[in-house]
Design a protein around this ligand. Structure first.
Ligand code: UT7
Length: 340
């Protein structure tokens, strides 16, 4: 599959007000599913999972829904930003696993937070969902349509995972992450973003049934067709090519080199993808945020969860240059360059 960032929709800085990330947060469920647990469920080994993916454990919900994770992440982000819920003007939730197809998760978040003034909606771009929501929030706040925005990525991937398929069930986990965007306070600013899709790869990661094309029936459920299926090898190749392209494009067109980058926060799908991407970029692994070992692939939750951990553990500090990069189903990809 040939894809190129030449076809990205890159909205170069127009007359927008500066917008900064003022707070981050995350929401992870308490239950842990280890590789040892999976050894008892399917024909797999800890050794295979660690060697092929770098994943050692992942978190799964135990009765919670996507909105519960999103609400926890949003509460943390508001606390970190030092703002009250009733100040929030816009709530965006990226997810492929809403609690229900209606209402939007954003409405559940608004009600739970008491963010009564906020508008909001959900959007979906698979593993690049959060990054597309970040771009949307940035542009709407930058254009003055809203004073601030909560941008949340949240997924309960266990709802889409077939725990009888060893090639899928070892990969995914449940989590949410959030950012609060508003007027810069300390000089930090979102500098640039790019997003793209290539629908020729649409069937590389898909749940064949349960949507409008093939609504769920007894038969589709019996065939387990409402769970995700993936052409792992092809997606792997795409990710290893795309991740460095995103970083190089964003750095290059903003006059930076890889040496200027403090931290790369990539989508956490597979440690081997992160290692290969970092190698291509000439970026030491110490400057790549990695938590796939503890959470697996959490789709829309992945990048903001990793970002929040990087902020809380002091790996990102004021003034740092940070690049976010995602890739996944669609096929989709996105990147963001941020002066923290
Ligand atoms: O967030 C969306 C983006 N998604 C990704 O970025 C995922 C990208 N893809 C990947 O990360 C990798 O392709 C996987 C981790 C999904 C798979 O790794 P792989 O090295 O491509 O393995 P494979 O699919 O080629 O499978 C190799 C062998 C197969 O056995 P045979 O046919 O060689 O006998 C599989 O049946 O490994 C077998 N296998 C397993 N063995 C033990 C597959 N899953 C397992 C397992 N335990 N869990």
């Amino acid at each position: 599959m040939q894809t190129s960032v030449d076809r990205d929709w890159t909205i170069s800085p127009p007359r927008l007000r500066p917008v900064a990330v003022l707070g981050t947060g995350s929401g992870v469920p308490p239950r842990t599913l280890t590789n040892a647990d999976l050894e008892g469920m399917v024909d797999t080994t800890d050794e295979w999972i660690v060697t092929r993916t770098g994943i050692r454990e992942r978190r799964l919900v135990d009765g919670q829904a996507t909105s519960d994770l999103a609400i926890a992440a949003a509460e943390q982000a508001l606390l970190a930003a030092g703002v009250e819920a009733d100040q929030v003007e816009l709530i965006l939730v990226a997810t492929v696993t809403p609690d229900e197809c209606c209402p939007p998760v954003a409405c559940r978040v608004q009600a739970a937070l008491g963010a009564h003034r906020a508008a909001g909606f959900d959007l979906s771009a698979a593993c690049s969902g959060f990054m597309n929501a970040l771009m949307t929030g940035h542009r709407l706040v930058g254009a003055g349509a809203f004073a601030n925005c909560l941008v949340i990525g949240a997924d309960t991937m266990s709802a889409l995972t077939d725990y009888e398929r060893r090639d899928m069930c070892v990969l995914f986990g449940d989590a949410a992450g959030a950012t609060y965007l508003g007027e810069p306070r300390d000089g930090g600013e979102i500098l640039d973003q790019l997003v793209g899709i290539d629908g020729r790869g649409a069937e590389m990661i898909m749940a064949p049934a349960g949507g409008s094309r093939r609504p769920a029936t007894l038969e589709t459920v019996a065939r387990r067709e409402h769970f995700l299926q993936m052409n792992g090898k092809e997606v792997f190749k795409f990710a290893v090519q795309k991740m460095p392209e995103i970083v190089e494009t964003l750095l290059g067109r903003n006059g930076y080199s890889i040496d200027d980058l403090t931290l790369l926060v990539p989508h956490q799908a597979n440690l081997r993808i992160l290692e290969a991407g970092a190698k291509r970029l000439g970026l030491p692994l110490e400057r790549v945020m990695i938590n796939v070992d503890r959470y697996g692939n959490t789709a829309s939750g992945s990048v903001p969860l990793a970002l929040d951990e990087a902020v809380r553990t002091g790996r990102i500090r004021r003034g740092d240059l940070v690049c976010l990069a995602s890739f996944g189903g669609g096929l989709s990809w996105a990147g963001s360059l941020i002066r923290w």
